[in-house]
Write a protein that binds this ligand. Structure first.
Ligand code: IMP
Ligand code: MG
Length: 183
């Protein structure tokens, strides 16, 4: 199990138990909504790896397929620009499929709104979004998200797929980082 040096963690916002409990609730809702339809989960690398693995296994749906995309947001600094480049495209033809995008976190929502437009143009029967975490600013981009795990404060977070320079992604909980790391 992933761990961090205690002095690197400022505050745990969500424990492993809270995340796993919420995932089970989301899975029940998704099972009910897709009871009579196929389901294709589309994960966005790399952050969504944890939620994809746990959510997909919590589903009781019998025909869950999985595919992955990797995208990179152009622009400098830590804010995404909304201009997105595909680093790895899907292997699956989306036409007629019921697609559920699986995201780790929606921050500005710019990456996601680009992705929705892109995937919608491929002719899926339906297209919805599930995200484990969402920050308040996501409201600005007006992305319609059907399944949300937790709304979180506008702070930089690590764990459960969220990284800081590729570190702390494997933590089973979500936390803020100590100020000494930013110094
Ligand atoms: P946006 O919604 O286009 O602004 O970008 C969302 C992406 O930014 C997520 O998929 C994460 O990869 C990354 N991100 C946003 N907030 C955080 C955070 O607090 N910690 C780590 N990565 C984050
Ligand atoms: Mg991401």
């Amino acid at each position: 199990m992933g761990s961090a040096r205690p002095e690197d963690i400022e505050r745990v916002l969500l424990t492993e138990e809270e995340i796993q409990q919420r995932l089970r609730e989301m899975a029940q809702q998704i099972d009910a909504d897709y009871a009579d339809r196929d389901l294709l989960l589309v994960g966005v690398l790399k952050g969504a790896v944890m939620v994809m693995a746990d959510l997909s296994r919590a589903l009781e749906h019998e025909t869950v397929a999985m595919d992955w995309m990797a995208v990179s947001s152009y622009g400098s600094g830590t804010r995404s620009s909304g201009v997105v480049r595909i680093l790895k495209d899907l292997d699956t033809d989306l036409s007629g499929r019921n697609v559920l995008i699986v995201e780790d976190i929606i921050d500005s929502g710019l990456t996601l709104s680009w992705l929705i437009t892109n995937l919608r143009s491929r002719g899926p029967a339906s297209l919805e979004v599930a995200t484990m975490f969402r920050k308040p600013e996501a409201a600005v981009a007006q992305v319609d998200v059907k399944y949300v795990g937790f709304d979180l404060p506008n702070e930089f977070l690590v764990g459960y797929g969220l990284d800081w320079a590729e570190k702390y992604r494997t933590l089973p909980y979500v936390a803020t980082l100590s100020a000494h790391l930013y110094a």
